[in-house]
Design a protein around this ligand. Structure first.
Ligand code: ZN
Length: 246
């Protein structure tokens, strides 16, 4: 008899295939991104019906096949029902999962990125935190975890610690002197610099423990938009739907 694997992770996407089945992409702690088929998951009364929904977090029992896994059971610990309450929450959560499905590599486990997604979905469910801020925190920290972190703690040109200008060609922040020489930088307020440093440097569990004013959020959005587009060259449908809602 084939041995069952127990992997903990999150359902990144769930697509209907065939008459009754689903194809799941899971992000797991042990094996990174994997594809699993849930047979009969769309039949009424199937034990996989609720378990195979996107954003579900828990332990998945899987049978390993030649080129994919087969779902044999699941113990869901978190459904993120609050996130699924409104269309905006669903769009943001789908976007975070789409980005990871695009960036993560099959078969390579990564606890940091999985934890980031879990905490981001938790943060998305908190009404006092603006979704727009949650998105930018996720994007900046994710690129750092993925080895494309922004140079934000010292001038990307001369290593001076008094940084105040974002400069995309150097993948980071510059001091005032270097910014004058290189031109075309994006000047930042002190609060925006501190916010970026906090996002990149704080422990994951404290990542969503702050708020910013509107003007700092606008600066953060401008910087992250440019930085993220430079490193992730894909357009995500979920973001287009989000834009059409506002
Ligand atoms: Zn400098």
């Amino acid at each position: 008899m084939q041995e069952k694997l127990e992997l903990s992770g999150i359902v990144l996407s769930s697509t209907a295939i065939g008459e009754y089945d689903k194809r799941l992409v899971l992000l797991t702690k042990e094996r990174g991104k994997i594809t699993a088929f849930a047979r009969g998951a769309r039949k009424p009364g199937s034990p996989f019906l609720g378990a195979s929904e996107p954003f579900n977090f828990g332990t998945f029992s899987l049978l390993e096949g030649y080129d994919a896994y087969r779902l044999a059971g699941a113990q869901i610990r978190e459904y993120f029902s609050d996130v699924k309450q409104d269309i905006e929450g669903i769009c943001y959560a789908t976007y975070f999962c789409d980005v990871l499905e695009y960036l993560c590599v099959e078969g390579i486990g990564d606890t940091g990125i999985l934890n980031l997604l879990y905490l981001t979905l938790k943060a998305l469910a908190r009404p006092e935190l603006p979704d727009r801020l949650v998105r930018r925190i996720f994007e900046l920290r994710l690129l750092a975890l993925d080895g494309e972190g922004m140079e934000a703690f010292a001038c990307a040109q001369c290593r001076d610690e008094a940084v105040s200008v974002f400069y995309l060609p150097k993948n980071g922040l510059l001091c005032r002197k270097c910014a004058e020489k290189l031109k075309d930088g994006y000047p930042l307020s002190e609060s925006a610099v501190y916010t970026i440093q906090y996002i990149l440097g704080s422990p994951l569990e404290k990542l969503f423990a702050f708020q910013v004013g509107d003007s700092v959020l606008v600066e953060l959005e401008a910087v992250t938009d440019r930085y993220f587009a430079e490193h992730v060259q894909k357009k995500f449908n979920s973001l287009q739907i989000l834009a059409s809602l506002s």
